[in-house]
Design a protein around this ligand. Structure first.
Ligand code: NAG
Ligand code: NAG
Length: 256
């Protein structure tokens, strides 16, 4: 029911406000606890959060094509995409500020992430370089840090505003088997990517940042009240099943 929902949002807001002052923040502790519980379950899908298994994260098959736009003629596909390492996150900072207009910060590092995929890439770049890739694609990133900060906006529902995201990469290595038709160019491109990877990604991020951040802010605001309510627990209403119901916390017991 609508009124029950608003009540839960108000409850969540009230617990946010209860963090004010010098006492250790109950809310931050709750989120940290939640993240640890999540870490133990990231090898399974979590239906109550609508999440697939996150470590490893498997995607695909997927296909994409760019037809002669900007002199790039490209079609590509991925298969058996697998990303590992998301559950080994290190939470550096979590600072929630419940006063509207004052920044909250979240700083997380992924010490080592690695992806592996089968790929195809066919096409040409300005009709000069021919892509004829087909094989394994692999990449690893070390010390990938994700720093997010936002302000709280208190309207009728809980919402954030002025979201800022900073992304830092320690190191990035990529390998695409047989990417270019000519072996010399292939070697050159790979050296270039591996030398330039971090800066290249930084440039792409700067270029796309406003778009991504705006989309994220919208998504977060749409999901925030419900997510907060399920993390905080809604004050023992017992209408919804517990968030991790039916998902065993056994992901870190194997592969040690
Ligand atoms: C994020 O945390 C790391 C590790 O503590 C630190 O080196 C870095 O400066 C932090 N970044 C920001 C923007 O606070
Ligand atoms: C990643 O961070 C750790 C701990 O701060 C450091 O020892 C290591 O050298 C870093 N690795 C890279 C590739 O930056």
């Amino acid at each position: 029911m609508q009124s029950g929902y608003i009540l839960r949002v108000l409850l969540a807001t009230a617990s946010l406000y209860s963090c004010l002052g010098p006492v250790a923040c109950l809310y931050e502790a709750t989120i940290m606890e939640f993240l640890e519980e999540l870490r133990m379950r990231m090898c399974h899908p979590i239906p109550n959060l609508g999440l697939p298994a996150l470590d490893p994260l498997e995607l695909g098959p997927a296909e994409t094509a760019v037809n002669n736009q900007y002199l790039i003629d490209f079609s590509g596909s991925i298969n058996d995409f697998q990303l590992k390492g998301l559950s080994d996150f290190v939470l550096n900072t979590l600072k929630i500020n419940a006063v509207p207009g004052i920044r909250s910060t979240f700083n997380i590092t992924f010490p080592y992430t690695y992806f592996k995929s089968l790929y195809t890439a066919k096409g040409s770049l300005a009709y000069i370089l021919n892509l004829a890739g087909d094989g394994n694609a692999e990449a690893s990133a070390t010390n990938f840090s994700f720093i997010m900060s936002w302000k709280l906006k208190l309207a009728t529902t809980l919402a954030i505003t002025d979201l800022q995201i900073e992304i830092l990469l320690g190191d990035l290595k990529m390998y695409f088997q047989n990417l270019m038709e000519e072996e010399r160019i292939d070697n050159f491109i790979h050296n270039l990517i591996n030398e330039m990877g971090v800066e290249l990604l930084g440039d792409v991020w700067k270029y796309e940042q406003t778009k991504v951040v705006a989309i994220l802010e919208t998504v977060i605001n749409r999901k925030l009240p419900a997510l907060l309510q399920s993390i905080i627990g809604g004050g023992g209403g017992g209408e919804k099943p517990p968030i991790f119901e039916g998902v065993e916390p056994d992901c870190k017991l194997v592969n040690l």
